[in-house]
Design a protein around this ligand. Sequence first.
Ligand code: AMP
Length: 291
Amino acid sequence: MLKTRTAEVLNSPSAMQAWTDSKRAEGLRVAFVPTMGALHDGHLSLIRKAQEHADVVVASIFVNPTQFAPDEDFDSYPRAQDSDLEKLASAGCLAAYCPSIPDMYPDGETTRVVVEDLSFILEGEFRPHFFIGVATIVAKLFNHVRPDVAVFGQKDYQQLLIIRRMARDLGMPVDVIGAETIREKDGLALSSRNQYLSTDERAKAAGFAKALQVAADQIKHGTAISVALAECYSAIDAAGLGPIDYVAVRDASSLDDLGDGYLDAGVDARILAAAWMGKTRLIDNLPVTRT
Ligand code: AMP
């Protein structure tokens, strides 16, 4: 019987470090793709992007407890390690770093990485613990993997900016690269949490991405930001989502507020939003520029 090919599993920080050392000794550039598993085509597109920037790719699979609040879905978060390892191998990812919780959070640990300001707006207003957990785990993963380059999805746009800021501020020798969001045919951004949606919710969820796309197009063609946002709120509500945590148009590199008026030509902006579909929280964002 043909054995299914899977990525090599590295289970400890020392095994991970030795793997990177051996690749470096061969003169190879190492790319890293951190994930929480339950992999979909969005994750696999990051692997392919990573291959453009390095000779070998390692992904991590770790459901990070510190980025979940006590009332969030840490226990029920989908876990699918066997099929994840097959998917990684078929996308050309050589190794998967799968540490244990004590590997990442040794007994008595008290250290957290806080990227000030950026971590407490938009997503951070609704999930104030979230980016502290993310920055802390990614800093630890970078220490274990020591990659030349790391790839993050624009699907989590604020997260991408925060990791970039952290790497720059702390002088981490890694290039942080952003990769495009992969979507279903009807526009819904792929997400491991989409598995939580019922058939009816899944059908309605397409209205979320659609509303953002309409607002982005309106602003691009000269509609005032306040008008486009008001229509966007109504469209998300009419699609059956709610409550809506936020919909905002921000500067694409600083996430600074751009006011209510017309977007200036030449400014790269981003429309970002979070809303609930039943018990599932969806986030999404799109680029916005004025033509
Ligand atoms: P997660 O496993 O949800 O923590 O995501 C791991 C990485 O995959 C993050 O860098 C995400 O931004 C990225 N990602 C998640 N969904 C998508 C998507 N639909 N398209 C591209 N990248 C994604």
